[in-house]
Design a protein around this ligand. Structure first.
Ligand code: DP6
Length: 335
């Protein structure tokens, strides 16, 4: 009962911030529908992916998790066991497990993502337990580990329903990798760990006076984006993604306590993207719960944008990304 899987991280074009307080908080039900691009790092040694192996066996007497060779404990371990317990109960198997996981991106680059990790874990564990789940059902399991992980089960462009129960909160694919020409240059500004994780930040969303507005607006934007992606309208998609990111940061900045994830270099990049756009280079930005910036463009402008972003003061590293395929089970085991 051993299986391995690989999944990629994703970047949200319409983001979630805050979880439903009307449901068990362990269910991770996002407050709004979201849209994302699953992302593939276009560098030899960095594809922004997680590779995970898991084995269940009657002779194991405890659940053991090793990430990058280090044993995982505390809240992280609890979240992993919560996901596995769901699958164990579906499979009616109560064996303990051993799991190993490896990211191919620099773990200290502020890019470590729970999305690829929980997507790979759900795919591998379901396979090891012999469960034949649809991708939609697997996305529900991945969500129990991390809200954004539901989307990384799929490839290309993805729609995730916030829903109002475990059954109605899941992700589906909008279209595959080559249906929409969107690439990104990731500008890494801070390589350190963030002070407030998104897990902690989600609990503060409701303290912002702009929270309700953001939720309502994000629902509309998610539905609009699905259509615009299928219409191949890069500029309209980019403009909505940028606006949605700013709504989220407005909520973060106005919550109590206030969350400022930006650093001076973050603003340098925002200003540069806006200036480039005025000069005729179509590009748009988005920022997650951290100071790093994703700058979107079409493939033909990727190298020009990369050259400019690299030179901005405070940018420590850049990574080119394109849409990635869905997560998959592999025969390559880590142990
Ligand atoms: C800002 O899914 O990372 O990236 O559920 O605690 O793992 P956890 O949170 P996470 O939150 C995502 C926040 C975001 C927006 C998004 O990806 O939708």
């Amino acid at each position: 009962m051993k299986s391995s899987a690989i999944a990629h991280s994703n970047i949200a074009l319409v983001k979630y911030w805050g979880r439903s307080r009307h449901h068990d908080s362990n269910l991770n039900i996002p407050l709004n529908d979201t849209v994302s691009m699953t992302k593939y790092g276009m560098m030899d040694d960095c594809h922004l992916q997680t590779h995970t192996t898991i084995e269940f066996a009657p002779e194991f007497n405890e659940d053991l998790v090793l990430v990058e060779g280090h044993e995982v404990i505390g809240r992280h371990l609890e979240r992993i066991i919560y996901v596995i317990d769901r699958l164990r109960s579906h499979a009616k198997i109560d064996y303990r497990f051993k799991m190993m996981s490896r990211n191919d991106f620099p773990t200290q680059a502020g890019l470590a993502s729970s999305a690829s990790a929980f997507a790979a874990l759900s795919l591998a564990a379901a396979d090891a337990l012999g469960l034949k789940f649809s991708r939609e059902n697997l996305s529900k399991i991945a969500r129990l580990g991390s809200g954004s992980a539901a989307r990384s089960i799929h490839g290309g462009f993805v729609y995730c329903y916030g829903g109002n129960s475990h059954e109605t909160s899941y992700a589906e694919q909008i279209c595959t990798v080559d249906c929409f020409d969107m690439h990104a240059v990731i500008a890494v500004v801070d390589a350190g760990k963030k002070e407030i994780t998104s897990d902690e930040g989600h609990h503060l969303a409701h303290t912002s006076p702009f929270n309700e507005f953001r939720i309502e607006k994000s629902h509309q934007q998610a539905q609009e984006l699905r259509k615009l992606i299928l219409d191949n309208d890069f500029d309209a998609v980019g403009a909505i993604a940028e606006a949605n990111c700013l709504y989220m940061h407005a909520v973060m900045m106005t919550s109590q306590p206030s969350l400022f994830y930006w650093q001076p270099a973050t603003l340098n990049i925002i200003k540069t993207v806006q200036k480039l756009r005025k000069q005729g280079l179509p590009c748009y930005f988005t920022i997650d719960a951290g100071p790093n910036v994703h700058c979107f463009c079409q493939s033909r402008n990727m190298h020009e944008l990369l050259k400019i972003i690299r030179q901005i003061e405070g940018v420590k590293q850049t990574i080119l990304v394109r849409p990635a395929d869905h997560g998959f089970v592999t025969d390559e085991h880590l142990f």
